[in-house]
Design a binder for this molecule. Structure first.
Ligand code: ADP
Length: 256
């Protein structure tokens, strides 16, 4: 475990897609530390680099320049085998589209990452997770027999059951009605406050972001602001300021 209390970190992170005229600079020297046991939301206009930042942090995408660390593991130094191990052992994912396997029951989906890794669940923790997401009476159901909110709760349980260093959630409420979305968010927030989980969530929804401890605002591939203990209103106000052309937003804390 990293002793500094930082669960994930990016240092001078650049990501360039394509080349020549088709070149897109998605991240321009991002420096960020994500504290362990905190719930961080990443926000910004469409195309500002939110998904790219999350994918680079999670080891799902290569970086052009700079370093990424998960705990004390330097993600950017890993080969294919190291990356597979990192994704299996250190990170959990929650996606907008749930990404459950349709032929497996809820319980089998939840336990799948552990079975692939050849690990046994900690029974007490498994029970805590199942009760927290309130899925005890749905464990034998397949995804098609569950509502969207229930499916996303299965996906949250799957991400949390291995107690990963960081859970990355990409628009986890994007496909849910507001009530189911609120349930999923309060469960994610509870896993942070009560069990010390670290969560990083990309969202465009100020209500979703208000469940986080900290919001990081991206514009044009740079971090331009951040907010602690956000309210939905304050987040919305800050986002309005970012919807101007990206070039008009002065980069904060950037030496470039
Ligand atoms: P956001 O998640 O904030 O909407 P993205 O990280 O998806 O932003 O994209 C940032 C920029 O990088 C955008 O200009 C987008 O078009 C570009 N981009 C993202 N993925 C690719 C890719 N695979 N190939 C080329 N350009 C990409």
């Amino acid at each position: 475990m990293d002793a500094t209390g930082v669960a994930a970190r990016a240092a001078d992170l650049w990501k360039v897609y394509g080349s020549g005229e088709a070149q897109v600079v998605a991240l321009r020297g991002v420096n960020v530390e994500l504290e362990r046991g905190h719930f961080t939301a990443i926000m910004g206009p469409s195309g500002s680099g939110k998904s790219t930042l999350m994918h680079c942090l999670a080891g799902l995408d290569s970086v052009t320049r700079g370093q990424v660390y998960i705990g004390d593991t330097q993600v950017t130094g890993l080969g294919d085998r190291g990356l597979t191990k990192l994704r299996r052992d250190k990170v959990g994912f929650v996606f907008q589209q749930f990404n459950l396997l349709p032929t497996l029951t809820a319980a089998e989906n939840i336990l799948l990452p552990l079975s692939i890794a050849g690990r046994k669940p900690d029974q007490q923790w498994y029970d805590t997770v199942i009760d927290t997401v309130n899925l005890r009476d749905r464990l034998g159901h397949r995804p098609t027999q569950l509502s969207g909110g229930q499916q996303q709760r299965v996906a949250c349980a799957r991400a949390l059951v291995a107690r990963p260093e960081v859970v990355f959630a990409d628009e986890p409420t994007g496909n849910l009605d507001s009530r189911s979305g609120a349930e999923v968010l309060s469960f994610l927030a509870r896993s942070v406050r009560e069990y010390g989980q670290t969560i990083v969530m990309v969202t465009h929804d100020p209500n979703a972001a208000s469940h986080a401890d900290r919001v990081i605002f991206l514009a044009d591939g740079q971090i331009v602001d951040e907010m602690r203990d956000p309210t939905a209103e304050a987040v919305l106000d800050r986002l309005k300021g970012l919807d101007t052309p990206a070039a008009a937003v002065p980069p904060v804390g950037s030496e470039r």
